[in-house]
Design a protein around this ligand. Structure first.
Ligand code: BMA
Length: 369
């Protein structure tokens, strides 16, 4: 049983009178997750035993190849007839802009889509390509290795950064159904930290500071009452064994799902590294009782017409994954897409992947146990 942090106790006392709290509890119970978040986690964990996994796509319903902002549209749906079961969105730069993200998607639109996805039985997750709070540049600015330190307690950017976390929590808390239920979502901050291309990456901070960053993030979300969140830990494929995979793991009391972000450049290397990562994650997932998922993957432009059934499926079918998510179909950047669109050479193979009884799309979610 985890130690109950002081702020939770405070929240339990002040939180008992809050409106719209769908899983209100009395002040003898520890509030760590809403009942909706618990149900979401239960579903994620139950899928592998049913030999099923969810297919996911980033920014799926907000833009695609040749379109931007249309309603009720999705490249995935245009190809196979259904939305992905998992959608993901990014919150990068909302901490700066307030109303839109770094990929120029309005927060109002994301909120609406996350609610719609929940109501059709699907799930949503969020990554956060957060700006570098020390230099004012983007999350890929790795010119300074004191940035993580600067946001931790005692650091020059601590207060400013808590403000950014509050904005994230405020947005998450604003995603509610018409009945005032906060929609449960998977939050996946500080991703790909085993590489060194983000300011929170491997060579940019110590393991202790990275873990402290996670804990501070989690605690601030809890303090803001964002108990509808599940949390995903998502390294890249750099760790070659479970010790390396867990080197910066923030703790079982925070993390709900463990993942990997793995992209194909060379087929052999991809298959090998994804397979190795999943083998490690299967062990870690069992030992720590966590769901596992391929939190980001893909082959940019999918220049292989049989990629879905001949490359992706043969690796992921060997492991108890809850979902597999491909990255976005950029409308503003040429040749930066990871899901097929009508007429794409891999569309027919994607339909075969869709028809495989093991893959779940949004319409399948109401039928699973
Ligand atoms: C990256 C690219 C960028 C994008 C970022 C956040 O992998 O797709 O173009 O801004 O993700 O979505």
């Amino acid at each position: 049983m985890m130690k109950i942090p002081r702020f939770i106790v405070t929240m339990m006392i002040v939180g008992t009178g809050l409106a719209g709290c769908s899983s209100r509890q009395n002040n003898e119970t520890e509030i760590t997750k809403t009942s909706e978040a618990q149900a979401m986690l239960k579903t994620l964990k139950s899928l592998p035993a049913q030999h099923k996994f969810m297919f996911g796509h980033h920014d799926d319903p907000v833009y695609g190849i040749g379109w931007d902002g249309d309603e009720n549209r999705s490249d995935v749906k245009d190809v196979c007839g259904d939305y992905p079961a998992m959608m993901s969105f990014d919150l990068g730069r909302m901490e700066i802009f307030g109303d839109k993200t770094l990929d120029n998607v309005k927060l109002d639109r994301i909120r609406k889509e996350v609610v719609a996805q929940y109501e059709r039985g699907g799930m949503s997750s969020f990554s956060w390509h957060v700006d570098n709070p020390l230099t004012g540049k983007d999350s890929w600015d790795v010119t300074d290795s004191t940035v993580v330190k600067s946001v931790l307690p005692g650091g020059v950017n601590h207060d400013k950064f808590l403000g950014w976390l509050d904005k994230i929590a405020g947005f998450m808390n604003s995603i509610q159904t018409a009945d005032g239920v906060k929609v449960p979502v998977l939050f996946r901050p500080w991703h790909e930290h085993t590489g060194s291309w983000f300011w929170w990456g491997q060579n940019l901070c110590t393991a202790a500071d990275y873990k402290a960053l996670w804990r501070m993030t989690y605690e601030r979300m809890q303090e803001n009452g964002a108990t509808q969140l599940l949390y995903a830990y998502s390294p890249g494929t750099e760790p070659k064994d479970s010790t390396a995979y867990l080197e910066r793991y923030p703790g079982d009391d925070i993390v709900d799902l463990i993942g990997v972000d793995a992209y194909q450049f060379d087929r052999e290397a991809y298959v090998q590294s994804l397979d190795n990562a999943l083998r490690i994650m299967e062990q870690v997932g069992k030992a720590h009782q966590k769901a596992i998922a391929v939190t980001e993957t893909g082959y940019e432009t999918i220049p292989d017409s049989l990629w879905w059934t001949q490359t992706l499926m043969p690796v992921v079918e060997k492991y108890p994954v809850s979902y597999v998510l491909v990255w976005r179909n950029a409308r503003e950047r040429e040749n930066h897409y990871y899901a097929p669109y009508p007429g794409h050479p891999s569309a027919a193979d994607f339909v075969n992947f869709y028809n495989d009884p093991r893959t779940l799309f949004a319409g399948d979610m109401k039928t699973i146990k």
